[in-house]
Write a protein that binds this ligand. Structure first.
Ligand SMILES: [Zn+2]
Ligand SMILES: [Zn+2]
Length: 274
């Protein structure tokens, strides 16, 4: 675990070039080492913690994100619930008011909810009400952590209450299970196509993305090659971070795919209708 001083106040949103460390680890806990901690914590910058729940604790190995503002800290997802999470989050968030929300309501992202007071609900209605989205799944709303603005974009399709969060300060787009280097399970094909199109339009509309960060890694470092479903060891994983052109690529292939659900294998993702 790496601790750094958290600046108490940011006079303005930093330009992308001013952004502290901005790093990713050489590799994530891939489940092959039985002695790793339950969570791997990586500070991308001084206010952005990327947390991976060890594959050793559950094969989903989900990624959680803790975003620190001047007043609030947002925990995006609570993992599978197989290991304690709250003490770690409280330590990292410090005195800030903690908001616990989710990219979506699947069990591997809300499993730790019981440890926290009043996490945001899992239904689309509850998510829309909490963030003030009056016309779900349309529209985008801002969510202010204090000196750090996020844009919340509804993107149902993988799950009815799925959102993406865009962090203006780092230009990271948090994409949950809707885009990550792995199998993108599509439960509602028309909704997923529409959501990805809206998300790509949001980015094109003056919201530049540096990285897309999702909630799992299921691909090897070989283009388009996935681990077996349920594999709890991922030697030689694909990196977590995706460039924004991968979102454009997803939007393009979905637009071209038409109205019938179809499996699409690409280098950095697999569209996987279920
Ligand atoms: Zn999911
Ligand atoms: Zn998931």
């Amino acid at each position: 675990m790496q601790h750094r001083r958290i600046p108490s106040h940011h006079p303005s949103l930093p330009a992308i070039t001013d952004n502290f460390g901005m790093t990713f680890p050489d590799h994530w806990d891939d489940g092959t080492d039985p002695s790793t901690p339950d969570h791997q914590i990586h500070w991308y910058d001084e206010r952005t913690a990327i947390i991976r729940q060890s594959l050793r604790t559950n094969f989903e190995g989900p990624f959680l994100y803790l975003l620190l503002g001047d007043e609030r800290a947002l925990l995006l997802d609570t993992g599978t619930g197989h290991v304690p999470l709250r003490p770690l989050i409280e330590e990292l968030a410090g005195e800030r008011e903690l908001v616990v929300a989710h990219t979506h309501g699947h069990g591997d992202h809300v499993g730790g909810d019981g440890e926290f007071d009043q996490p945001v609900g899992r239904s689309a209605e509850e998510v829309a009400a909490y963030f003030g989205l009056a016309d779900w799944p349309n529209g985008v709303v801002q969510f202010d952590l204090g000196g750090r603005l996020l844009d919340v974009v509804p993107i149902p399709g993988h799950h009815v209450s799925h959102i993406a969060a865009y962090d203006r300060s780092t230009r990271i787009l948090f994409s949950g299970d809707s885009l990550y280097p792995g199998r993108l399970y599509v439960f509602d094909w028309p909704a997923f196509r529409a959501s990805v199109a809206r998300l790509a339009a949001f980015v094109a509309d003056g919201n530049p993305v540096e990285w897309v960060l999702g909630a799992h890694i299921e691909l090897t470092s070989q283009p388009g090659q996935d681990y077996e479903m349920g594999a709890d060891k991922h030697p030689g994983e694909h990196v977590l971070q995706l460039r924004p052109d991968v979102l454009s690529e997803l939007a393009d292939v979905l637009a071209g795919a038409g109205e019938e659900p179809v499996r699409i294998e690409r280098d950095h993702f697999i569209v996987y209708p279920v």
